[in-house]
Design a protein around this ligand. Structure first.
Ligand SMILES: [Zn+2]
Length: 416
């Protein structure tokens, strides 16, 4: 066996088995029985039967708009019920008054890592008001924290049809660090389903990227939009590279109507992201998964102008998803766990994911007997490793894990 960097003895796996986990060059290279004879390692720890989880995945958040790390920003409601345009205007107003992006997004990245997250897909604002400033800021932070967490960036083009200049900015964003094409409500915000999807799929083809769309449009309008996304995904050969976030419509229509669209999504391999949002209807996770649809999870907004909740903890998000979905059995809780681990890893195309020989050594150690207990108890993360490197301990991010001093940050961070 090659020289070992780290051996974790008496590690409990989510299968219930215990073993030693041997790590070298950032990967798990062996998982022998406890007590096996092993070559000397640089470090060897006995975790006494604690549970080892694969690094958790936040499949959808907004690093650039959080107020974590800022002063408390009391929530401001829309004047007369929810209005997307007003919501976005409030967001811009509050962000203009808020702390710099670097301070806020860094705080959230560090909090997420301290809660066991080693992979993030984040949606970054791109429009004529923000320009590419948010993108540049998040790209710089992705570099700064690359040894602690992997960050995938969706360029969230808000108004590809209704705001002149947005599509050109998103096109540019995809050459400057955005990994996927993002958009918002082809009908409700853009007023042109096909026009919006034309732009989105053309950008995806041009940059050879995937797509992750925000879709709040409800009822049969939302279902129709999902059907169109499925059809376009099939025609573009993008199965496995398209996700729709929220897709509230799936939770607002009859079961039969939902299942018809679910079949189309499954056949086209379009994934659905949900965070089990507040008091809003959301996709029926178990029924969708039974129909063959990949459903994964993300935190979405974390202490921003949309709502005041969250601290980036994916175990907490899995608990909320299970709570709102009526998940009680171990099998149902395992589904919630899958949404923050394996299912999300598939959607994000994370290589070498999991706790097995050959996997990247991204893991979180908690005091729990199994994944189900980890979700309901949400124990402190005793230790979090990224590629075999300790990045958080006892729920606290280790500053050396994000080691680039501010002076070396990307110049575009200045003034963001
Ligand atoms: Zn979102």
């Amino acid at each position: 066996m090659q020289p070992l960097d780290l051996v974790i003895d008496r590690a409990r796996l989510t299968t219930g088995a215990t073993c030693s986990i041997c790590i070298a060059a950032g990967h798990i290279v062996a998982m022998p029985e406890n007590g096996a004879d092993l070559p000397a390692a640089r470090e060897r720890i006995d975790i006494g039967g604690a549970l080892v989880l694969p690094g958790l995945i936040d499949g959808h958040n907004h690093l650039d708009t959080t107020f974590l790390g800022d002063v408390w920003r009391p929530h401001q409601r829309c004047t007369a019920g929810f209005d997307l345009g007003e919501r976005l205007a409030i967001q811009k107003e509050w962000l203009a008054r808020g702390a710099p992006l670097e301070k806020r997004a860094s705080a959230l990245i560090e909090r997420a890592v301290s809660r066991g997250t080693t992979h993030i897909r984040t949606h970054v604002e791109v429009d004529p008001d923000f320009g590419l400033r948010h993108l540049e800021g998040i790209v710089a932070l992705r570099e700064r924290y690359c040894d602690a967490v992997s960050i995938q960036i969706v360029g969230l083009g808000r108004g590809l049809i209704v705001r002149p200049g947005t599509r050109e900015l998103l096109d540019e964003a995809l050459t400057q660090g955005a990994d996927l094409v993002g958009g918002l409500d082809p009908a409700g915000f853009e007023g042109d389903i096909e026009g919006h999807l034309d732009v989105v799929f053309a950008l995806a083809e041009r940059h050879a990227t995937g797509i992750d769309l925000h879709l709040h449009d409800g009822g049969h309008l939302g279902l129709f939009t999902l059907d169109r996304i499925a059809e376009r995904t099939r025609l573009a050969g993008l199965g496995g590279h398209v996700a729709v976030s929220h897709a509230y419509a799936l939770g607002e229509v009859s079961n039969d109507a939902m299942l018809e669209t679910a079949e189309r999504l499954a056949a086209a391999n379009v994934a659905i992201m949900t965070n089990a949002p507040g008091d809003h209807p959301f996709p029926p996770i178990a029924a969708l998964r039974a129909a063959g649809v990949t459903v994964f999870a993300g935190n979405d907004d974390i202490r921003d102008s949309w709502w005041p909740y969250g601290d980036g903890d994916m175990l907490e998000r899995a608990m909320m998803i299970g709570y709102r979905s009526g998940f009680y059995t171990d099998a149902e809780l395992a589904c919630a766990f899958d949404m923050i681990t394996d299912a999300a890893a598939g959607v994000l195309h994370i290589p070498d994911y999991g706790i097995e020989v050959g996997s990247a050594a991204d893991l979180a150690i908690v005091d729990a007997r199994h994944a189900q207990e980890a979700i309901v108890a949400r124990p402190i993360r005793r230790a979090v490793y990224k590629a075999g490197r300790l990045v958080a301990r006892e729920g606290t991010f280790l500053p050396e894990a994000g080691s680039a001093p501010s002076a070396t940050l990307h110049p575009n961070l200045a003034g963001v």
